[in-house]
Write a protein that binds this ligand. Structure first.
Ligand SMILES: [Fe+2]
Length: 188
């Protein structure tokens, strides 16, 4: 079987794709233990297991030579002072990269390597971010009311390693401070 080129549209103003093969929804309960303020986390969860982010995937075979694409939507909100964020992950095949293009909203990408290097890059519409091989990455929505919407593409054989981040967290946290967005060390 030979493949044939295809297109899809990014439908604005929402920025959602016209073609979706898989729609993932991640709720507060999926990020247990990840937020700094555990009391605020539990209090929120007792009221509602609210939606933190969504991923719209375009499926391709997970083979070298293929690329996986999709749209990530992180909703606005906070747990205590900490902005809503994705679980974050390394790629299971560590030596693989990813490109993010911000379509809508305001946010940051928190990144780090296994060796302890860290980076935080701001995202706003039109910004393209290259995440090199070996860098774990987590999207954070810092907007007050607007979703952070990004288009991503990465090698299809990359896979995901969520466990390392679930156990250790990222070395940096993104908090809402009196002077705006604060990047702080994760001492926990
Ligand atoms: Fe990734």
């Amino acid at each position: 079987m030979t493949d044939f080129p295809f297109t899809f549209d990014l439908l604005f103003p929402q920025g959602l794709p016209s073609r979706v093969d898989n729609h993932i929804q991640r709720r507060l309960s999926a990020l247990r233990g990840q937020f700094l303020d555990q009391h605020a986390y539990q209090a929120m969860l007792d009221v509602e297991d609210c939606l933190l982010y969504e991923v719209y995937e375009i499926r391709r075979p997970e083979l070298p030579g293929e690329m996986l694409m999709g749209i990530s939507v992180v909703h606005p909100g906070k747990v205590g002072r900490e902005f809503f964020m994705t679980k974050g992950h390394y790629h299971a095949v560590l030596d693989t990269c990813e490109v993010y293009t911000c379509l809508k909203g305001e946010g940051v990408m928190v990144m780090e390597t296994p060796e302890g290097e860290t980076a935080v890059e701001k995202l706003s519409p039109g910004k393209v971010l290259y995440v090199p091989p070996r860098w774990a990455h987590r999207s954070v929505c810092t907007g007050r009311a607007e979703d952070l919407v990004t288009f991503f593409v990465y090698p299809a054989h990359s896979g995901h390693d969520y466990g390392t981040i679930e156990q250790r967290g990222f070395r940096k946290r993104v908090l809402d401070g009196p002077k705006g967005v604060e990047i702080v060390d994760n001492d926990g």
